[in-house]
Design a protein around this ligand. Structure first.
Ligand SMILES: NC(=O)c1ccc[n+]([C@@H]2O[C@H](COP(=O)([O-])OP(=O)(O)OC[C@H]3O[C@@H](n4cnc5c(N)ncnc54)[C@H](OP(=O)(O)O)[C@@H]3O)[C@@H](O)[C@H]2O)c1
Length: 279
């Protein structure tokens, strides 16, 4: 009799523990789930019409950082969706492409230290995409500020002066001009200074860790990527995002008309838009 009692009580405890585990797991998954998928399913349908209308306006754009991990996917996405009649890459070196899809690209090779001398490269584009950036480890503190603030800011100024109405900036999760972390502070400062230029439309994208198989060695980023890749296999997170999702979001968002001139897309907003629109 006592053996049966013991068995029942053990089974009861095990079931209780199992229930708690299941409830906690479900809560975690719900917490990290992307909100409101229905909204974006219908957006995917509208997107086709928006693309068609946009295409007919024969607009042109430029990309800064088209050789980088995000920039190259933004370029690929723009070509695949054929939204612009002219795409210009502005960079510090000439890029070579094998694929025929890239044959009509215009390339402007500039010296970012003397950008005023290259103002013409920024003239006449309707939309600008900025995926420029470096790291402190690669360029040192001064070099990082030069690229992520000075080059980005000057490019935005020249684009505004050259007639661009839209500017899309790839910034970073946690960007904050008051931050005590240099990276986040610089990102926040450049975000705010570009807003003051007064583009008709200014979109700031704040992705978390970019999930990408980067050729270049960046140990800290590699570690973060491994961690978040494993985690995002079971659920999406607000901390990391695959590069193609960022690129899709940047391109799709170009077609939308938000109420505000300036909008900030946090990691989850980018994930929702990038995964659902323009499939
Ligand atoms: N990595 C992440 O996890 C992460 C997360 C959130 C936000 N972000 C931000 O997202 C943006 C894009 O990141 P990514 O990883 O896609 O970029 P990336 O692969 O590092 O590419 C950076 C681009 O900037 C250009 N660039 C770098 N240094 C330059 C310099 N001194 N002069 C001129 N051009 C220069 C590169 O040109 P070359 O090919 O000629 O070097 C390249 O086109 C960056 O602003 C980054 O801070 C990154």
């Amino acid at each position: 009799m006592s053996v049966v009692k013991l068995l029942v009580s053990t089974l009861g405890k095990a079931t209780g523990i199992l229930t708690i585990v299941v409830v906690v797991l479900a809560a975690v998954l719900i917490y990290f789930e992307d909100p409101d998928p229905v909204k974006y399913t219908s957006m995917a349908e509208d997107m086709k019409t928006l693309e068609e209308n946009f295409r007919q306006q024969n607009k042109s754009c430029f990309i800064l950082g088209a050789s980088g991990e995000t920039g190259q996917v933004v370029l690929k996405e723009l070509l695949a969706r054929n939204l612009f009649s002219k795409i210009t890459l502005i960079g510090r070196r000439q890029l070579t492409f094998e694929d025929k899809a890239y044959e009509n690209l215009v390339q402007e090779v500039v010296d970012f230290e003397k950008l005023d001398d290259y103002a013409a490269a920024f003239q006449g584009h309707d939309v600008g995409y900025c995926c420029l950036g470096t790291t402190k480890a690669k360029a040192g503190t001064d070099g990082f500020i030069r690229v992520d603030h000075d080059y980005v800011m000057k490019s935005a100024e020249l684009a505004k002066a050259g007639g661009s109405t839209q500017f899309h900036l790839e910034s970073s999760r946690g960007a904050d001009k008051s931050s005590s972390f240099l990276y986040l502070k610089v990102k926040g400062q450049v975000e705010a200074e570009i807003e003051a230029l007064g583009f008709d439309r200014y979109a700031i994208y704040r992705p978390g860790v970019l999930l990408v198989d980067r050729q270049e060695s960046r140990p800290a980023e590699w570690l973060a990527r491994k961690f978040f890749s494993a985690f995002s296999a079971v659920s999406s997170t607000s901390m990391a995002i695959p590069v193609p999702v960022v690129a899709k979001a940047m391109v799709s968002n170009t077609l939308l008309q938000p109420e505000q001139k300036t909008e900030i897309l946090e990691n989850k907003d980018i994930a929702s838009l990038g995964k659902s629109a323009g499939k």
